[in-house]
Design a protein around this ligand. Sequence first.
Ligand code: ZN
Length: 340
Amino acid sequence: MLKIPIDEIIKKIKEKTGLDEKVIEKKIDEKVEELSGLVSKEGAAHIVANEFGIQLFKTTESGLQKIKNIVPGLKITSFVARILRIYPPKEFKTKKGNEGKVCSFLVGDDTGRMRVVFWDTNQIKLIEENKISEGDIIKITNCYVKEGLNGIEVHARSSSKIDVNPNIKEAKEIPPLEDLWQLSQRVQIKNITEKGVYEIRGAIVNILENNPFYEICPECRKRVNNNICEEHGEVKPKKSMFLSTIVDDGSDNMRVVFFGKQAEQILGMSAEEAYKLSQEHNNFFYPVQNKKPQILGRELIIEGRVSKNDFSGELEMIARRVVLPNPVIEAKNIIKELES
Ligand SMILES: [Zn+2]
């Protein structure tokens, strides 16, 4: 872990500023108070050093850090990254009864991915008013770092400054969205032993034969029963479909289910088209049967959520993104792996 003892930080500040140690310590104590206990004394020392323009960690010229260098020991960080996904704002109530909102992003740069969490209503407004979208590049300053359930989390403070698509050199170096998805940490199926979000690279080796069609609300795309959407009442439903498959990556295999858009992508046609085709052939499974030779054995990169199937008790993945491998990026990944 990147930890610098507080004495050393004070020493560095003293060297650069010529200030007395006592004065520096007082500044640090004031900073702890100013941030009302949000940071440790050590964290405050980092901020004070930062305010004097003293760099304790290796950063880019602008003080922006690459994701791989953002570690839990770091109490303050600024970075520029691309938004891979926006998790919409959620309301919550504290034990004391206070209401608030929280929102988060998954962001990435060429060195990794992390979650960024927002609590400040003004910052959340940017998302609610659609001023920030997936694919945008954001620069955020003055965040703090936490170890979350799924790895590193960076939390924005109210004082954090957010720049959307900043015109800076670092922003231009960030790979495009599709490349970032492909550069993500990948696992082998045999290493998936608990629920979570994973990316795998494998091929569909089998597709279950069942009626793949179901009906969704044209407004919210949620499943409807007897033309009734829980939210929108009586609707004229649209067709959607799902494919229940077995994916093998050479290490092991697992059930992967593709719903909606992902299923359409695999099949190469819309659910409406597939449904029409199935009606013409009087066979719900016809569109899948017909495309099977092209689908089976084709390699895919699949990102999805793994959880336990209620019936079988086995782990299965619900795909949420499917990409056909890009050979150039794949080769780079392999080289990177061999080098590390
Ligand atoms: Zn609806």
